[in-house]
Design a binder for this molecule. Structure first.
Ligand code: HEM
Length: 348
């Protein structure tokens, strides 16, 4: 497959991602202990074959030495939904906060927008300077455990309310971990998606016809540059009957990124064409399109991600956020979230 060339811009993927994109097969061995899958039907069968293990989860992996109980997981997602929807109804922070290195500038901007109303020390849980350091994170966790805030404080998020309302120390520690992971997953994911869309739209992003349907722009971005580009399953025992390449001792990597670009599934697969989503009532029902996972392990926050990204993209375009560098070819490094790297400035 040739590199993506959307609207005059090109993308240089990290070599290990490019190697995967260069393969034609839909099921292939990556190394002696890992099989890669880009086949739509096999991916769905693998996800359906067994539930995700708690160790394979990201937001809801164990915290404070125990699994996250189901009712606390659902309370967290409901609180996050309330906070995200209340947040985007508030006026956005000053647009200059979007200037700088993307996707990080987008992440910090969203955090300020959605979660800065929480008082100290809770608001530090989602601060980028803190989340990047394990030591600082531990110190902040301890501070929040001791001073979780008091009921009736103005402007607190529902997620902060779950920390305050915890009944015992383990529940409180888990609520702190949930706050950090949920805010990080939301802000990092939405910033990655928005940054990828800004890059794919290219220098023509201000033209009125591109402004017409930002929802379609985002679905097309989720196809060509899905932030969740690889899903991982440890151990192949449950999958050996599904394909002869998979052995019990293998791990399995599922690649929406490859499936979304395969010519067997898509016409002009490498072209950025938001119009292909015109009139598609439910993009998630499109064959071979799975930006939020498959039935059985589908993303719990998928209803939040596109509306939030659309709001952030609108603010970026209204404030004429432009890519300062690179002018031609941007890098996509090997990370768990797929995101284009560029530097942006506001209102030139
Ligand atoms: C741009 C943002 C996001 C994207 C692209 C995304 C994508 C995905 C994908 C592809 C899966 C399937 C994973 C698999 O089968 O291994 C998934 C599952 C899931 N996601 Fe998301 N997600 C996003 C944000 C979030 C957020 C903010 C939360 C919650 C705070 C969340 C919670 C979940 C949960 C609970 C699952 C089910 C897997 C499990 O049980 O742990 N996601 N997501």
């Amino acid at each position: 497959m040739a590199p993506t060339k959307p609207r005059g811009h090109s993308i240089a993927f990290a070599p290990r991602i490019q190697e995967l994109l260069d393969r034609d097969e839909k099921v292939f061995r990556i190394d002696p202990a890992k099989v890669g899958v880009a086949d739509s039907r096999l991916m769905a069968e693998i996800v359906a074959a067994r539930p995700v293990l708690s160790s394979e989860r990201s937001v809801y992996k164990p915290a404070a030495g125990s699994d996250i109980p189901h009712d606390s997981a659902t309370r967290t997602i409901r609180a996050l939904g309330r906070d995200a929807m209340a947040g985007i109804r508030k006026p956005p922070p000053p647009a200059r906060g979007m200037a700088g290195s993307w996707p990080y500038a987008g992440t910090s901007y969203l955090r300020r927008w959605l979660f800065s109303a929480d008082p100290l020390p809770v608001s530090l849980l989602s601060k980028r300077g803190v989340t990047r350091s394990d030591t600082l994170s531990r110190l902040v966790d301890r501070a929040v455990t001791r001073w979780p805030g008091s009921a009736g404080q103005d402007g607190c998020t529902a997620l902060a309310g779950l920390i305050r309302g915890a009944d015992d120390p383990v529940e409180r520690k888990q609520a702190i971990a949930m706050y950090r992971r949920a805010t990080a997953t939301l802000c990092d994911g939405v910033a990655a998606l928005t940054g990828n869309a800004l890059w794919l739209m290219g220098p023509e992003r201000d033209r009125p016809e591109n402004r017409a349907d930002l929802t379609a722009v985002l679905w097309e971005t989720l196809r060509l540059l899905p932030p969740a580009w690889m899903l991982y399953r440890n151990g192949g025992a449950a999958y050996t009957l599904l394909h002869p390449e998979i052995r019990p001792e293998d791990d399995v990597a599922l690649f929406p990124l490859l499936m979304h670009r395969h010519p067997d599934y898509w016409s002009d697969p490498l072209e950025f064409r938001p119009e292909r989503w015109d009139g598609v009532a439910d993009p998630e029902k499109a064959p071979a399109f799975m930006p939020f996972g498959f039935d059985g392990a589908r993303c719990w926050a998928k209803h939040l991600v596109v509306p939030l990204a659309e709001r952030l993209l609108t603010v970026a375009l209204d404030n004429r956020l432009v890519v300062r560098s690179p002018q031609q070819e941007a890098q996509v490094p090997l990370r768990s979230l797929l995101s284009v790297r560029f530097a942006a400035q506001v209102g030139t």
